[in-house]
Write a protein that binds this ligand. Structure first.
Ligand code: HEC
Length: 117
């Protein structure tokens, strides 16, 4: 019985920590105004974060790929948005950029109800 309680506690903790990470990255993205140009799913003034996630996962280091784009900005990689420029976010901290990257990479394939709310 005691073991069962311990296992349940562990599960709760794991799920809890995973969830707070997801919420955190989204909050940071909100703080820096990413959603002025990006949607989570589908294009806006820029490619959707889910599409970006799929593209980043083709690279050797998806997290680094996204962090680089945030810190240095991006232009010309997505033909559909060739007239748009992604500004560089030089002032963002490493932790914040990493939290956003983790969040983007965690976006589920379909529109999951309440994801990112
Ligand atoms: C002014 C509009 C704008 C804002 C604000 C903006 N982006 Fe972008 N972002 C773009 C555009 C446009 C592209 C596509 C650029 C390209 O084609 O290379 C892009 C591309 C990206 C890419 C992928 C680049 C690639 O190589 O595939 C990432 C990652 C990204 N944005 C993350 C963010 C994050 C995180 C924020 C907030 C910190 C943010 N963007 C804010 C316009 C914006």
């Amino acid at each position: 019985m005691k073991a069962l309680v311990n296992i349940s506690l562990c599960l709760l903790l794991t799920v809890g920590v995973g969830y707070s990470q997801v919420v955190n990255g989204k909050n940071v993205a909100q703080k820096y105004g990413c959603f002025a140009c990006h949607n989570i799913y589908g294009p806006k003034n820029a490619p959707g974060f889910k599409g970006i996630s799929l593209r980043a996962k083709k690279s050797a280091n998806p997290e680094k790929y996204i962090i680089n784009s945030i810190k240095n900005g991006s232009q010309g990689k997505w033909p559909r948005f060739r007239n748009m420029v992604m500004p560089s976010f030089k002032n963002i901290s490493d932790e914040e950029a990493k939290a956003i990257a983790k969040w983007i990479l965690s976006i589920p394939p379909k529109r999951v109800k309440n994801f990112g709310k």
